[in-house]
Design a protein around this ligand. Sequence first.
Ligand code: MG
Length: 392
Amino acid sequence: MHTTAVIIPAGGVGLRMGAECPKQFLALAGVPVLARTVRIFSQLPEISTIIVAAPAAYLDETREMLGRFLPPGVVTVVVGGATRQDSVRAGLAALPPEVDLVAVHDGVRPLLAPELARACLAAATVAGAALLAIPVNDTVKESRDGATVSATLSRQHLWLAQTPQAARRDLLLAAFAAAERDGFAGTDEASLLERIGCEVSLVMGSERNLKITRPGDLPLAEALLQEQTAAGGCPLRVGYGYDAHRLAPDRRLVLGGVDIPFERGLLGHSDADVLLHALCDAMLGAAGLGDIGQHFPDQDPAFKDISSLLLLGRVVDLLAAKGLRLVNADVTVVAQRPKLAAHFPAMRENIAGTCRIDPERVNLKATTTEKLGFTGREEGIAAQAVVLLDHR
Ligand code: MG
């Protein structure tokens, strides 16, 4: 079993795109190209470390941007170099000691299918090194003066190199050391490995594994992405959550992250914020991620008396890792007493702030049960939540 890292050189300044910012920051259907690329690997359980090598001038911007679209701690951003080779070398220098297999993937190939990444890693595990590539379909001409054809090459044995390119760590380090010693500059990692006599396996890539380099590539990538989403079904997901807690003396009453003055409070391992628990369950449900008890077990001392707003924040991160975000939430609290309406604005601010959405998208309601049942007898408080998530 290997410990695998991926290095993502994102050092280009993207002059060919003619844009104001480097191409890895350009939005592809609302999410920057580089964030989409990193997300592919953050969802591969095989990958233990993700290192992005960014231009020194864009280091903070890269960290800030990735922080907005990925859960904290997922990616390490290091300063890249002037060339791709320099950037990958910087990434290699930042590898944790336990890593023994390294993949390198272009920061501007955001449409890589996870199964292709896996196939490449599997091939590198067997052969020592592997890359994704596709056979050349067009006839290939050689021109020495850039104006007339000097030869037609046989395309029979020609392949176009893509990424990821993966290799055992020791082989990759040896290849980089040899290139540095000889002053050799390659445009990919495989060329460095070939030079030292390393056999590199070809793994069939895909034309969909598009490298975004020219202005026309972005709309093409958006069309491919739309097709993927359509093939994966509806991009909207609905979820439902329910929770109830018992009222007890000598406890704080916390609802929606707001301390509410009342003679009793809700009993529970955390702060027992029944409103937020129902909301978390609805969000996890919509994402197909089980329920709150699975993620934050009530035997775990780490969650003792914890503010449920922190739990909600973690749920938001789990969703973000799957490319999902909250569109809107509708929550009903069932309580005979106390009256809650005056606290709704503060609760909405708490929830919207944690979910990073407009408070207008968070609807809160309260109802009694006309003194019927456990809520009516004031033995406890219950909450129900319905949410909509979208994919991006
Ligand atoms: Mg609960």
